[in-house]
Design a protein around this ligand. Sequence first.
Ligand code: HEC
Length: 132
Amino acid sequence: MKLGKVILLTAFVANLLFASETVLIKEMKNMRDGMNQINDGFFYHKKEKIIQGLKLVKDANKIFKTQADVKKYLPKKVKHMFGLSYSTAKKIDININKMEKLIKQDKFSKASDTYVNIIKSCTSCHTIVRDW
Ligand code: HEC
């Protein structure tokens, strides 16, 4: 009985860890897809694609709404870096909003500068996460 409980509890915890990892990976893939759409939108001059891509990245970035959310998704050995990582996610939000306005005004050149800044934010967090 006791062993049964331990096994159940272990399975439960493993499940939780697995669930938060798959949410992270799923949303990271969405971020990547969104960024690729934006990129194609610029290359092929498809405004609608840029707008769709921005929405995808914005929605995916919702997993990093608070500092506590970011902490949950960071690997164990860099969990203490949640403050800095959170600020990279926050910057993504700010720059997406900025890009949405620029695209509406057909300011593609300025919008592409902002796009580059978003890529920099992705890399900033990955630098922390991956010990680059
Ligand atoms: C707040 C931190 C943070 C930000 C910001 C962030 N990521 Fe990630 N990303 C992670 C973590 C954590 C992982 C998982 C660990 C790893 O792959 O090193 C990850 C992994 C990934 C992966 C690999 C997924 C897989 O299948 O293994 C991709 C692709 C990715 N991120 C894309 C992006 C893009 C695009 C952006 C910017 C729009 C971005 N990320 C911004 C934290 C972040």
